[in-house]
Design a protein around this ligand. Structure first.
Ligand code: SF4
Ligand code: SF4
Length: 419
């Protein structure tokens, strides 16, 4: 049995095929296809491990259509880690069938090298002015990805002309006696697409009383991991461990829910490398998301201005299901005087962004998004907050498409205006 599959064999064998996961899976909800639900993935991966299923396109499509939202895991009586079995299946697929060159280039040459990545993102920003899809079509790039990229062009409204790292350099906020020393981990989504959020986060952390230093990190590695390229994910994780270990901060804070979830999971990546696993284990308890850090270190200790608005919160899957950070953002919002906090129905249901899922599987992603936007519309909040760049971009797109006036903001953007 292949090593990757062997590692999840016991897990998938726990699936008793009760089918309870069907009612909670956003993709099954849309497709009604048993191959798309956790039970289907687990049966496929188990059969693949046992050698009774051939690898092929039939196997690939459902596997890569999973959002990795973990709604199935949260509602599974034996708590089968279907996210792990899907990743193992993807990794096995790449090993046997190969990886498109463009993905290999992205995961091995661009994401681990922030400066090189900046160059290409700048090129993309320029390309967007002329239409990304038009440019990609002209260069034949669309055929490397999926045709959906053409339709997905409008999801990102515009790309900024300067990135967060360029705006702040390696600024360290002035030393503060007795203040928690924070290594701010810069997520790619915020650095390149929403730099104003990174600015807001560092400003709020500073004003709340932390001593902030910007980490010289690369991508956390989650995009590669989610795609099944475990080698690339380990390479990026190893680089980040070295950087963060050297900084020796009291806390590693990021406002990107996906980055914080994956940084906390680094020990699992190095099961076969005891020295790196040890460093990852030391680091994991220091990693905190924005609301988690603000609530655990500064609960009630900084003044917040009045805000008269109806505000709600969307749980990014990587915050609620991966890290169990659920109460912290709500508690933070409820501290604001005048603010009317309303709970969003199905707040923890995936919005369909799921990393680059919306770019690769546009139609399905939009169906998942429509349900989320319907909930936002029904409750009529003025401001919809969240803690993930993918969710922010997707929700802003959903709100634009539906013609709603709801403002979509990261928690830190809102707090920047009130503290
Ligand atoms: S994944 Fe869990 S909920 Fe779904 S069929 Fe298997 S045991 Fe049942
Ligand atoms: S992770 Fe989400 S999309 Fe994937 S099978 Fe589970 S519920 Fe469905």
């Amino acid at each position: 049995m292949e090593e990757t599959l062997k590692a999840v064999y016991d897990e998938v064998s726990k699936c008793n095929r009760c089918g309870f996961c069907q009612a909670h899976c956003p993709i099954f909800d849309i497709t009604g296809d048993e191959r798309n639900v956790a039970r289907g993935h687990n049966v496929h991966v188990r059969k693949l491990a046992e050698g009774s299923l051939q690898m092929g396109e039939d196997f690939k499509d459902p596997l890569f259509e999973c959002l990795l939202c973990k709604a199935c895991v949260a509602n599974c009586f034996p708590a089968v880690r279907t996210d792990k079995s899907v990743i193992a299946g993807r990794a096995e697929y790449l090993k046997r069938m190969g990886q498109p060159k463009i993905m290999h280039f992205l995961f091995h040459r661009l994401l681990p090298e922030p400066e090189r990545l900046s160059f290409y993102v700048r090129l993309a920003a320029w390309g967007k002015n002329y239409g990304v899809a038009k440019l990609a079509r002209a260069m034949g790039i669309l055929s490397w990805f999926r045709k959906d990229l053409d339709k997905a062009e409008g999801i990102v409204e515009k790309l900024p002309t300067s990135f967060f790292r360029e705006r702040v350099g390696r600024r360290k906020t002035h030393s503060k006696k007795g203040a928690p020393r924070v290594a701010y981990f810069v997520g790619c989504g915020f650095n390149f697409v929403l730099p104003q959020v990174s600015e807001a986060t560092t400003e709020v952390l500073d004003k709340a009383g932390a001593e902030v230093q910007i980490a010289d990190n690369c991508c956390c590695g989650l995009p590669a991991y989610g795609y099944g390229d475990l080698e690339a994910a380990r390479k990026m994780a190893a680089k980040n461990l070295e950087t963060l270990e050297k900084m020796n901060a009291d806390a590693v804070v990021t406002e990107c829910g996906s980055c914080s979830a994956f940084l906390k999971d680094y020990p699992e990546l190095f099961e076969d490398d005891p020295s790196k696993r040890e460093i990852a284990r030391r680091l994991a308890p220091k990693v905190l998301g924005f609301s988690e850090f603000m609530q655990s270190r500064f609960a009630g200790s900084f003044p917040v201005k009045n805000l008269s608005a109806r505000v709600t919160y969307h749980d990014p899957c990587h915050m609620s299901r991966y890290q169990k950070v659920i109460q912290e953002p709500r508690a933070l919002l409820k501290r604001v005087p005048g603010l009317n906090y309303l709970e969003l129905p199905e707040a923890d249901r995936c919005c369909g962004a799921a990393g680059s899922y919306n770019l690769m599987h546009y139609e399905q992603s939009m169906k998942v998004l429509d349900r989320k936007v319907e909930m936002v519309k029904k409750m009529g909040a003025d401001i919809l907050t969240t803690e993930c760049p993918g969710c922010i971009i997707q929700l802003r797109y959903g709100v634009r498409r539906a013609g709603l006036g709801t403002r979509v903001a990261h928690l830190s953007e809102l707090f920047r205006e009130m503290i």
